[in-house]
Write a new protein. Structure first.
Ligand SMILES: Cc1cc2nc3c(=O)[nH]c(=O)nc-3n(C[C@H](O)[C@H](O)[C@H](O)COP(=O)(O)OP(=O)(O)OC[C@H]3O[C@@H](n4cnc5c(N)ncnc54)[C@H](O)[C@@H]3O)c2cc1C
Length: 1185
């Protein structure tokens, strides 16, 4: 199937050959052509790519604005904005469009004005109207503050004006307005959806659009959608840095053609061809020739038999104002940069992958030290842009159009650390570099089969000939130095030899998690600077190869694979491995099976003679075709593709595309048949399957012990599409890639989802990778998704292997604590049923289950009985407690890990998770930052001795505590009623619509007060219509204390003043105000206050004093402190100290805040300073910093 671009040039060539007179398209001809492109599969591109991607990229911008102003260039008869989710459409306050086609401009006016009735107003509307409109009651842009401003004029760039005027004058007011006459108008969003065709240079249009964005805040967006095989917008200039990019390589468009030369077909083909060529002709000979070109190049698909289909890959690029200014800043930071010049891409020295080489990154940064890598990361964070990382350059994802790449080439040192033994490898080293250096010390590291592959292999798995004996390459990682993409800090992870530890490196807070993630999914969480790898003794290899033709393909193939698998592969010792290849024979369509047997021994030993396994293979396959004895370097050249198959190296210069699925039972009918059938249907003679031997040490590691979660397989089947390099970008190349995905989709259902899966290396943003990603990390996907959010919260490494999106954390986590026998489990069960009856998904788990499992494993006790049988539980209770305590002594973070494990394993749809059995002191203050997006409550169940199950003799477990649970339930009444009432009163309101409404009033403001910070404008609630009243009413109704006891409401400036005053008025309680020192008349009490979260970011760290008037609070009164935000807790701590001075102790204070940011651990600070017994409540919880 040709691309639209290929069709365009073929049509133009044909027109040139017939010397026909070119005529510009009339508006009606343009409309008819446009209509064809948005029908059928063309509309699928809108549904599957344009609309969801646009919604995704606009989400943060729209969330940060009360109203959004939009300029759309060339929208056509309808605006794609009208298909966005309602919550986004409702944000659009003003809409301006520049539409050069008067027919479209008229249609667009009508379409936006029309409300729910999707009456078709033109042929082009028929397709677009099918989606979404019918059930709508309101107009497409329902919250416009003024009528849409649709102008029948083109968008004009300075270059166009210069060309038109024949002048070379510098930019004037007119030229910066893009065609608008009101020059100073600025927009939050400028959108080009398929409207950059014919604009040259495209970057000039983007630059001009960027100038039309509002000056502040600087998060306004220019978004471009364009049909093009590659990088459409950055291809004719350099220097524009993309904020976000996405591609849709499988996009297609079609034109109806039943191939019967009916008048309808002719008319459709003529309209389509003229639209694609960009001009029309009155000459019937040329038009007939064009129809022939379309039929020659288009494909009739199964889905569209009466249509010609053309490939139309789609790209999205989004830019902020930083697009033009960011790059010079990176250069100023002293990082060596390689830039493209004019049409030249930046130098691609280290990039081998063809898919990557054709991308045009904005620049390649070549840092020479860790500081340089940090500078790149900090730059990306400051400007809200992504980065790619280049290791060995073998994947398609190390370069992306419009993105800055960080090339690790300079980190090329390898050294051997005798103690271990370990090999320290810089992230720019290749497999060959590492093995060569290790061999010099008599060592090796289990890596892959090709010497030129880089760090991406180690970080994502690494399957090689030593894997059965020593594990995957990622299993050898024992330590790393990583530049955090959350902060730019240098992190030490695991074991790093001191001489390789950069100055200023800090221990990673989530060290265990990061080390775990680096072992199999390590390209997603930071830029790895160097790795400590466990080494083993250098090896020698006896390598024997066989090649046999497959006669009666299916039967012969199945039988030979069966024999190979059962008689050889499955019985080989771990020191040996055997790979198989299925490929086409030199000429004709015959197939061959190649087998290579690798038998290893420590270097120097010679025990390779007369291998029994070689004899078995010889008996089945005949005599070997080659026998070699090689070392760890020599073994690289024994790969059959390199040495023999297709004449070695594919017989010349080739390009390839690979995906890899893990298989078992390759000799059994369904799999063996599918493998043989796959090779038989290869679209180019060079495509092949490589089956790499697994098992052994790979399987010895538990699936959840490292991120690489697929372990239980026998063969890694690398489906390899190969084509001659001179056919790059042609139909042959596309067919080979399509074949790889088709074979993967055929093999995947034959694997067991619980054991086998897909190799994560090289999976990328192509939608065809999506079903593979789901199977890439075995049981570890959810944990990886969550880690991505915490370790790369700004998605700096947006182009690495996609990870499964984590299920949302429960909205509310309730820790049910209390003495033994107080009825915690009983209460939790009742609360679950109350919440479930309200339509919420709730479940209760016991945290002690994990300990019971480990205890059962250690002592041989029966787990089932420990979990279910009360007598058994009681009998083991003392021993279990002692076991847990000894575990905690060894692993102090164990309770936290058990908690996180419980939360992670909660089902994706759980709204409320109740956890019983927590033994931690003050669990909310110690754990809240671990689940920063969830509300976390501790509910303590208390019961009198009589009520408690152990009866009168049962002693309370309580010791006097320095913390106060959020809520206390007195479980002394018989029956369910009181327990149910408690849930109705305190848990159900958490989900009240008003609370959600309040949350929606809090805007996100990116890069405020500093670049890189996303500010939540909590005080803005008070500026929204009805916001203050709603917030105050919620503060009153959600207060868990007794209003009758509250004598004073205290508010601290500035946010506290607003909410405390309103609340004090509502509940008619006296108000006391805390101000900066010097602002209140004496006498006052005053204390020092360290700067709060936001002020410490906005200004230099400062210390101020705050004060309160002496007589405003009666000594010993009960006080409610109200504030807008609890983040680091510095302000609240100062207020509590002030109250203490005023004679109000912690027992007499409660705190209500509108929003809490648990990430900053404010509660922990209060507790550390002796205020753990102050009750703190919030209305809203926000994740992030
Ligand atoms: C010819 C060939 C042979 C192969 N042989 C094997 C094999 O024998 N065994 C095997 O398991 N796999 C093999 N592969 C697959 C290979 O492991 C992946 O293609 C791997 O991604 C390549 O890593 P790279 O560093 O060379 O490529 P790159 O494209 O440079 O990197 C791959 C990914 O890793 C990221 N990355 C690279 N360096 C860093 C870093 N320092 N920090 C963070 N992220 C980083 C990149 O951003 C990219 O997303 C082979 C691939 C090819 C093309």
């Amino acid at each position: 199937m040709a691309t639209l671009d290929e069709l365009k040039s073929a049509l133009r060539q044909k027109a040139a050959a017939t010397s026909s007179l070119r005529q510009p398209l009339s508006e009606a001809q343009y409309r008819d052509g446009f209509d064809l492109l948005t029908r059928g599969p063309g509309w699928t591109t809108y549904q599957d790519f344009i609309i969801p991607r646009l919604a995704e990229v606009l989400q943060p911008l729209f969330a940060a604005r009360i109203r959004v102003s939009v300029l759309e260039i060339g929208p056509g008869p309808r605006t794609v904005l009208g298909y966005l989710p309602r919550r986004l459409r409702r944000k659009i306050g003003t809409y301006t469009a520049l539409e050069p086609n008067s027919l479209f401009a008229t249609q667009l006016r009508g379409w936006i004005a029309s409300s729910s009735s999707p009456t078709a107003t033109s042929s082009s509307s028929s397709t677009l109207s099918k989606v979404g409109l019918a059930e709508e009651e309101e107009s497409r842009l329902p919250c416009l503050e003024s009528a849409p401003d649709i102008r029948h004029i083109p968008f004009v760039t300075q270059a166009m004006e210069t060309e038109r005027d024949g002048s070379t004058t510098t930019t004037t007011k007119t030229t910066t307005s893009g065609g608008l006459d009101d020059h100073d108008r600025k927009f939050d969003l400028v959108l080009f959806c398929h409207s950059l065709y014919g604009v040259h240079p495209k970057t000039a249009a983007v630059r001009r659009a960027l100038e039309m964005l509002v000056d502040l805040p600087r998060d306004g967006l220019v978004v471009v959608f364009h049909r093009h095989p590659l990088d459409p917008v950055v291809d004719d200039d350099d220097g524009l840095v993309c904020h976000r990019t996405a591609t849709f390589p499988t996009g297609v468009v079609s034109v109806p053609d039943a191939d019967d030369d009916s008048d309808d077909d002719k008319a459709a083909l003529d309209a389509f061809a003229a639209f694609v060529a960009g001009f029309t002709t009155a000459d019937e000979t040329t038009r007939a020739a064009w129809r022939g070109v379309c039929r020659d190049l288009g494909r009739r698909g199964r889905l569209y038999p009466a249509a010609l289909v053309f490939a139309a890959p789609e790209t999205m690029m989004a830019f902020t104002r930083a697009a033009t200014t960011a790059l010079p800043e990176l250069a100023q930071a002293g990082v060596p940069l390689v830039l493209g010049h004019g049409n030249q891409p930046p130098s691609l020295r280290t990039v081998k992958n063809r898919e990557a080489r054709v991308c045009r990154p904005t620049a390649i940064a070549r840092p020479t030290d860790v500081g340089g890598v940090q500078a790149c990361v900090r730059w990306a964070l400051r400007h809200g842009v992504g980065l790619t990382v280049v290791g060995g350059g073998h994947s398609g994802h190390c370069l992306r159009p419009g993105v800055v790449a960080v090339d690790m080439d300079a980190f090329d040192r390898v050294s051997v650390v005798a103690d271990g033994p370990l090999v320290w490898a810089g992230a720019g080293c290749t497999t060959g570099d590492i093995v060569r250096a290790a061999m010099a010390a008599g060592l090796t590291v289990p890596l892959g089969a090709r010497p030129s592959v880089g760090a991406g292999l180690v970080l994502q798995g690494g399957i090689g000939h030593l894997a059965r004996g020593y594990g995957l390459a990622c299993d050898a990682i024992v330590g790393a130095v990583v530049v955090s993409v959350a902060s730019g800090e240098v992190l030490r992870v695991g074991r790093v030899p001191s001489q390789h530890l950069p100055v200023g490196a800090v221990q990673c807070e989530e060290e265990d998690d990061l080390l775990w993630a680096l072992r199999g999914a390590g390209t997603n969480f930071g830029i790895v600077v160097g790795l400590a790898l466990k080494a083993c003794a250098a090896q020698t290899y006896a390598v024997r190869s066989w090649v046999v033709p497959l006669r009666n393909r299916s039967d012969d193939g199945r039988q030979k694979l069966h024999t190979f698998d059962k008689l050889v592969a499955s019985v080989l010792p771990q020191t040996s491995s055997s790979d198989a290849y299925l490929y086409g024979s030199g000429n004709g369509d015959g197939l061959c099976l190649g087998v290579t047997l690798f038998e290893t021994s420590a270097a120097g030993a010679d025990n390779h003679h007369g291998s029994a396994h070689a004899s078995v293979l010889a008996a089945v396959l005949g005599p070997e075709t080659s026998v070699q004895r090689v070392d760890d370097i020599g073994v690289f050249e024994t790969d059959m593709y390199m040495s023999g198959m297709h004449g070695g190296h594919g017989g010349g210069k080739t390009s390839s595309f690979k995906r890899c699925v893990f298989l078992k039972d390759i000799g059994e009918a369904p799999i063996a048949d599918a493998l043989v059938a796959a090779v038989a249907t290869r679209p180019t003679p060079l495509c092949y399957l490589h089956l790499l031997h697994g098992g052994g040490a790979i399987r010895d590691v538990a699936a959840d012990a490292a991120a690489f979660g697929s372990r239980d397989w026998d063969f890694a089947c690398v489906v390899t599409g190969v084509w001659p390099r001179d056919q790059d970008g042609t139909e042959a190349a596309r067919a080979a890639v399509g074949w790889v995905y088709r074979v993967m989709s055929e093999l995947l259902p034959l694997t067991s989802s619980s054991s086998s899966g897909v190799y994560g290396a090289d999976l990328g943003p192509d939608p065809r990778d999506a079903p593979l990603v789901v199977r890439a990390f075995g049981p570890n996907g959810v944990r990886l998704g969550r880690l991505k959010q915490s370790l790369d919260p700004r998605n700096v490494l947006a182009h690495a292997c996609p990870l499964p999106r984590p299920p949302r954390e429960p909205k509310l986590i309730v820790l049910v604590t209390g003495d033994h026998g107080a009825g915690k489990d009983y209460c939790a069960d009742v609360w679950v049923s109350v919440l479930t009856n309200k339509g919420l998904s709730a479940r209760a788990i016991s945290i002690s289950e994990a300990t019971k499992r480990e205890y059962a494993a250690a002592t041989g006790a029966k787990l089932e009985r420990l979990l279910r049988d009360r007598d058994c539980k009681e009998a083991h209770r003392p021993a279990l407690t002692a076991f847990f305590q000894s575990q905690v002594q060894r692993q102090p973070r164990l309770p936290e890990e058990h908690f996180l494990h419980g939360v992670r394993n909660a089902a994706a749809d759980t709204n409320v998770l109740l956890i019983t059995g927590m033994r931690d002191e003050a669990p909310v203050s110690s754990l809240a930052h671990q689940v920063p997006r969830s509300g976390l409550l501790e509910v303590r169940v208390e019961a009198s001795q009589e009520t408690r199950r152990g009866g009168p003799s049962s002693k309370s477990d309580s010791t006097p505590s320095d913390h106060r649970p959020c809520l206390v339930f007195h479980n002394d009444t018989n029956g369910h009623e009181a327990v149910q009432d408690f849930a109705e009163r305190y848990l159900v309101p958490f989900f009240h619509e008003d609370r959600q409404r309040l949350a929606r009033m809090v805007r996100r403001i990116p890069n405020f007060p500093r670049e890189g910070i996303e500010f939540r404008h909590v005080l803005d609630i008070a500026q929204r219509p009805g916001g203050l009243a709603l917030c105050t009413s919620l503060l009153r109704s959600h207060f868990a204390g007794n209003w009758a006891e509250v004598e004073v409401v205290v508010g601290c400036e500035a946010g506290g003043f607003v909410y405390a005053s309103a609340l004090a008025g509502l509940v008619n309680v006296r108000l006391a105000l805390v101000r900066q020192a010097g602002k209140l008349p004496p006498p006052t009490f005053s204390v020092e206050r360290f700067s709060s979260h936001i002020s410490s970011m906005a200004f230099r760290d400062t210390t101020q004093r705050i004060e309160i008037e002496r007589d405003v609070i009666p000594r010993g009164a009960f006080v409610l402190v109200v504030d807008d935000v609890l983040a680091t807790g510095q302000t609240l701590l100062a207020v509590l100290r002030l109250l203490d001075k005023a004679g109000v102790g912690a027992e007499s204070v409660a705190v209500l805040v509108v929003a809490e940011f648990p990430f900053h651990q404010g509660r922990k600070l209060l507790r550390q300073h002796g205020f753990g017994r102050v009750s703190v409540q919030n209305l809203l919880v926000f994740g992030g910093a």
